[in-house]
Design a protein around this ligand. Structure first.
Ligand code: GDP
Length: 564
């Protein structure tokens, strides 16, 4: 194994091969998912990670080249699995370039509103972003990592230890946790306390979302996104995972635990499948607890875990050659987290440590030069993840869908430090001047004044029905989750069904659609929502439909119908 991501091209054949299995597994697995929380209790941001993962070999110069047109014959696996993530269309343009063009396609919402933009479009202040600064910031790129896996696999312990070994939590604090944990008879838990304390502290701050922790290496800044292992937390995991660039699947190698987590209806399968569904294309599988007395860094046990997991993960759409990286670790002792495990402890593994691997993942493709789009996650000091472009202090931006031009007076990073510019992929807080709290809500989008996000109440989408006890007909209502936005929608018309084998569209509109089928439908929302077609901005064009606490369908927007 090498420290670099494997660069083999993901071939069409491989994906097609995986597709059938994925389809079957998905239908089976998703139907078992206990997505039983009330839809109103969480706000999954189901936008895709369209950052074309660096590990998918895409030389920089090809990024702006046109993609092979995708036909409607895309299969479910195509929807779920971004084997070859589509490139944005039109190719990202810089704000300056945008200025030169007349009415770029993505700017037009309606005739009347676009007039409004032209009239009121204040100058964007990109001069704040000098090349040096970009280089500096880009040099230490930000990566969102979600830890997934069965409860007790060791996610918190590993997270806590990562904070410790990267110096985010000092030794004295760690010793304090150790003492306190000992007093409470939970000695082995002390490392996870670092993560939990961090959560608590952050939960106090009004504008900071809980469940996140941060650490830095010499090369990168990391956000650990929370993904609780308990069944009931699956919906909140969706929220975390949908913002992740990469997932770390934690597997316990301890005798009996691997079996519980994976073989006997544990959450390992669900989580792996869900993150894939949410567009996380890269999975690092850490076989944990290798130090445990029942394991003792046994190669045979490690191999057993890898051998059993591989076919399943392949079936979920991960290509073992390009998307998966296995490694043995001990989150508890820290072996192979930062420093490679020593020869004496483990003679048979010579691959990278976890941080070494994460640090060396090729730079993610981020559309820093494209129009700014940042779905608002909360508050008046708005919080969200920049999905496209960059935002700088002093810049004038538009809040959509209410089309209000406001000034960004301050930009903070995830450590609550003031920064000059936030880049695509960063989680930031923006203090806005010129707008009141009541004029902003979750799911609105901060965007470029020149190329604002589209706003609509109707769109066409390709839907893959995962789960529903009855047939679905026109008139059916469900809750749409797209990026940070949650809105009631109804299927106003079923337009075409898609043939399972050929993917061909039916000429006649189907009367109904049921579990396992795919359909092109027209959807209407009760209020205007900010969305883009999947082809242009995957992270703003991919969604889930939920009803009665279950994910009924996943979909991608194929066409936005402009409002009259
Ligand atoms: P989570 O539910 O996945 O967050 O798991 P925790 O981090 O809370 O760990 C569950 C239990 O496994 C605790 O008792 C930990 O001390 C123990 N544990 C976690 N990681 C390791 C490890 O690498 N080695 C050993 N031996 N035990 C571990």
């Amino acid at each position: 194994m090498s420290t670099q991501a494997n660069n083999d091209v993901t071939t069409r054949d491989t994906w097609e091969e995986a597709e059938e299995a994925a389809e079957t597994t998905l239908a089976q697995q998703t139907s078992k998912l206990s997505l039983n929380a009330n839809a109103a209790e969480f706000r999954p941001n189901v936008y895709a990670k369209e950052f074309i993962p660096s590990w998918l070999p895409q030389p920089a110069q090809t990024l702006s080249e046109p993609v092979v047109e995708k036909s409607e014959s895309e299969t479910l696996a195509d929807i779920l699995v971004e084997g070859t993530p589509p490139l944005p269309k039109p190719a990202p343009v810089t704000e300056n370039e945008t200025e030169k063009k007349t009415a770029p396609s993505s700017t037009i919402a309606t005739a009347s509103t676009s007039t409004q933009i032209t009239e009121s479009a204040p100058e964007e202040q990109d001069e704040h972003v000098d090349a040096e600064l970009l280089k500096e910031l880009y040099g230490k790129e930000h990566l969102n990592v979600v830890f997934i896996g069965h409860v007790d696999a060791g996610k918190s312990t590993m997270g806590g230890n990562l904070l410790y070994i990267t110096g985010m939590v000092d030794q004295r604090t760690m010793e304090k946790y150790e003492r306190e944990a000992k007093e409470q008879g939970r000695e082995s838990w002390y490392l996870s306390w670092a993560l939990d304390t961090n959560k608590e502290e952050r939960a106090k701050g009004k504008t900071v979302e809980c469940g996140r922790a941060y650490f830095e290496t010499d090369k990168r800044r990391y956000t650990i996104l929370d993904a609780p292992g308990h069944k009931n937390y699956v919906p909140s995991m969706i929220g975390g995972a949908s913002q992740a660039d990469v997932a770390v699947l934690v597997i316990s190698a301890r005798k009996g635990e691997f079996e519980t987590g994976f073989e006997r209806g544990g959450q390992t399968r669900e989580h792996a499948l869900l993150v894939r569904t949410l567009g996380v294309n890269r999975l690092i599988v850490v076989v944990n607890k290798m130090d445990d007395p029942t394991v003792c860094w046994s190669k045979a046990r490690y191999d057993e875990c890898v051998t059993k997991l591989t076919p399943f993960l392949k079936g979920s759409g991960y290509n073992p050659a390009t998307d998966l990286q296995f490694m043995p670790v001990s989150g508890y002792t820290g072996a192979n987290l930062k420093d490679r495990v020593s020869e004496e402890v483990c003679s048979w593994y010579s691959g990278p440590s976890l941080l070494e691997y994460l640090d060396n993942l090729q730079a993610l493709d981020r559309k820093v030069d494209a129009a700014l789009m940042m779905p608002i996650d909360m508050g008046t000091v708005v919080v969200g993840k920049i999905e496209s472009g960059k935002v700088s202090k002093g810049q004038t931006v538009l809040i959509m869908p209410n089309r209000r031009a406001v000034e960004v007076s301050l930009v903070y990073n995830e450590l609550e430090e003031e920064i000059k510019v936030g880049l695509c992929g960063d989680n930031v807080r923006l203090r806005l001047r010129g707008i009141e709290e009541e004029d902003i809500s979750t799911g609105f989008v901060v965007c470029s004044t020149l190329a604002p996000v589209k706003t609509t109440t109707a769109f066409e989408a390709q839907l893959a029905i995962l789960e529903h006890k009855n047939i679905l007909c026109a008139g059916y209502s469900a809750v749409l989750h797209v990026h940070a936005c949650v809105e009631e929608v109804s299927i106003s018309a079923l337009l075409h069904s898609l043939d399972r084998k050929t993917g061909r569209r039916s000429k006649r509109p189907p009367q109904f659609v049921k579990k396992g089928q795919k359909v092109i439908a027209r959807l209407e929302s009760s209020a205007p929502i900010c969305v883009e077609s999947y082809e242009d901005y995957p992270q703003l064009g991919r969604f889930t439909l939920r009803d009665e606490g279950k994910t009924i369908a996943i979909g991608k927007i194929t066409k936005i119908i402009e409002s009259e």
